[in-house]
Design a protein around this ligand. Structure first.
Ligand SMILES: Nc1ncnc2c1ncn2[C@@H]1O[C@H](COP(=O)(O)OP(=O)(O)OP(=O)(O)O)[C@@H](O)[C@H]1O
Ligand SMILES: [Mg+2]
Length: 301
């Protein structure tokens, strides 16, 4: 059943490379205007799925629809793709590369130029526009590659690990840019390995391991499903001897504490106060996505 607002629909898709099953009966839908996370360990099949969606390779079984139709040339011009293997025309100047790539998508030179200038400013590399790509640092080349993806103003963005090699300031710049694009109605498909970025960007995710679905749906539902009663505690207490605790992990001055089955949080809080330790903060914690990721991959391998 195709959701009414599904812009990309993947149904029972499989792809083998000789003896390797890269994608095994994957089914999911991506809604218009959402930031959708494609997750999974190295070699799970994410890039293969992306190439299937883009019609760069054909599935052995199943079907893929864009707005309810098989992908057409018109669709392809409305999709911006940031590939895993970066490839720009290294000897050319930044602006010339952006103009060329934008015009390949059928957009007028005036519009491409104006979009490129806006994006170069937005990503704080306007001063590099007349430099050959090969003279740019890796991170700046990556930003140019992102601009090449959005310069034709596509409706759908498919970004295969767009944050690789960026410093935290540039990660933040890109996160904000992606959020703004989604707020304007663009659909974003994102393959990312940093789970904290998935948590801040995606509402829904599809996670595969060895080509097979292991998680699919609303990130909040998934996190709730995988969260045990755990608490983030900032205190000087020594949890080692506390019999209410199943386990705990310490990080900086705080600890994530997992209570034993059936232990009321209030009982633990009482223990904490009675331990005489100074308590700075005490709050319920949701299992971080990277922990869920590791658990799900381990259980499905
Ligand atoms: N062209 C190809 N020929 C043969 N095998 C391939 C080809 N492309 C992918 N594979 C295999 O398919 C599987 C899935 O690879 P894929 O690149 O889709 O993984 P991925 O999830 O993108 O991993 P990563 O996080 O490392 O980028 C791997 O076992 C890979 O070796
Ligand atoms: Mg990949």
């Amino acid at each position: 059943m195709v959701a009414p607002n599904a812009i990309i629909s993947v149904q029972e898709v499989s792809k083998n490379f000789s003896s390797v099953v890269a994608v095994d009966r994957a089914s999911f839908e991506i809604g218009s205007g959402e930031i959708f996370g494609l997750l999974g360990p190295n070699g799970a099949g994410k890039t293969t799925l992306i190439r299937l969606i883009l019609d760069l390779i054909r599935p052995d079984a199943g079907s893929i629809r864009i707005q309810g139709q098989p992908i057409s040339e018109t669709h392809k011009n409305r999709i911006g793709y940031l590939p895993e293997e970066r490839g720009l025309y290294f000897r050319q100047k930044v602006m010339a590369v952006l103009e060329y790539l934008g015009m390949l998508k059928g957009v007028s030179i005036e519009r491409v130029r104006s979009n490129a200038r806006d994006w170069l400013k937005r990503l704080e590399i306007d001063d590099l526009r007349n430099r050959p790509v090969q003279e740019l640092s890796k991170g700046n080349q990556q930003k140019v590659q992102f601009i090449a993806t959005v310069v034709s103003d596509p409706d759908i963005l498919i970004l295969d690990e767009p944050f690789t090699g960026l410093d935290p300031i540039n990660v933040h710049l890109l996160v904000r840019s992606i959020q703004e694009l989604a707020a304007k109605g663009k659909t974003v498909v994102l393959s990312v390995h940093q789970m904290s970025l998935v948590e801040s960007l995606c509402r829904r995710v599809f996670m595969i391991n060895r080509g097979r679905q292991v998680l699919y749906g609303d990130l909040e539902d998934i996190q709730n499903r995988y969260s045990e009663p755990s608490f983030l505690v900032r205190s000087g207490a020594d949890f080692q001897g506390c019999e209410l605790i199943d386990r705990f992990t310490s990080h900086n001055a705080a600890a994530t504490v997992y209570l034993k089955q059936g232990v009321e949080p209030a009982r633990f809080l009482r223990w904490l106060v009675e331990s005489g330790a100074e308590v700075e903060s005490f709050q319920r914690a949701r299992t971080p996505l990277d922990e869920i990721f590791i658990r799900v991959v381990r259980d499905s391998s």
